[in-house]
Design a protein around this ligand. Structure first.
Ligand code: DC
Length: 236
């Protein structure tokens, strides 16, 4: 029996990480943060002195590196970069390498391998549009630019130190612009995605809303759910 794939996309600070983690926990699925893979490649390119606009060199580096993203850590080759990838410098480096089609090809292939067995919640920018265009559920999270900047500025996972919201807001807007307008897999909501605006909503509210969407979408599909004695949805 098939195990579902749930895609959660949206811009930075829309709440993808928190929501994807909570939803995966509720369903007993794996959670994969695909952005961490772009960050790890950006980090390694900076670390190894590879120019961020050298597509061939960065793609070769991505293809050669062993990237592991777990619930609690991110490693690239032997380096634990869990915290090092959450800095303003790596925000920029990740956005730069994510523009390069050959780098995306390498990472998308890895993401598809990770999701091949299903029972996965993958978050990113192009999961519902490119990585898994046939995902069972596609959710696109959004929020106002002000709220996204505020969340990012107060996110303890981002270790750039206390940041002025205005600075975070302008950096975030610049990165959003790159993500939305790049040629390769720009950020947009898949036509069959359910858009949830998280502005002014609590995490609990958004997770509940997402779970409702998931239940609704999985209803009637012949799929398997871990932890339940019977498949979720109709079996005929
Ligand atoms: O979600 P994040 O901020 O950690 O992502 C880091 C960068 O990688 C960001 O510029 C968007 C990009 N990204 C992407 O292009 N495609 C994905 N599936 C995930 C992230």
């Amino acid at each position: 029996m098939r195990k579902p794939i749930i895609a959660i996309d949206g811009p930075s600070g829309a709440g993808k990480g928190t929501v994807a983690r909570a939803v995966a926990h509720e369903l007993g699925y794996h959670h994969v943060d695909s952005g961490a893979m772009y960050r790890a490649v950006g980090w390694k390119a900076v670390h190894d002195g590879v120019p961020l606009d050298d597509e061939e060199a960065v793609a070769t580096l991505a293809g050669r590196s062993r990237i592991e993203v777990t619930a609690t850590s991110v490693t690239i080759d032997e380096a634990d970069v869990t915290r090092a990838i959450r800095t303003p410098e790596i925000d920029r480096a990740a956005a730069a390498v994510a523009r390069l089609p050959k780098v995306r090809d390498v990472l998308v292939e890895g993401q598809r391998r990770l999701g091949a067995g299903g029972a996965i919640v993958m978050e990113g920018r192009d999961i519902g549009t490119v990585v898994f265009p046939r995902a069972d559920v596609k959710i696109y999270l959004d929020a106002s630019p002000e709220e996204r900047a505020r969340r990012r500025a107060t996110d303890p996972a981002h270790s750039g130190g206390p940041a002025a919201i205005a600075d975070v807001a302008s950096a975030l807007t610049a990165r959003d612009e790159i993500d939305r307008t790049r040629q390769a897999s720009p950020l947009y909501a898949a036509q069959d995605a359910v858009v949830i605006d998280t502005t002014g909503k609590s995490v609990t509210e958004v997770v509940e809303e997402a779970m409702q969407v998931i239940d609704e979408k999985l209803k009637g599909k012949r799929i398997w759910q871990e932890g339940s004695s019977r498949p979720r949805g109709r079996v005929d």
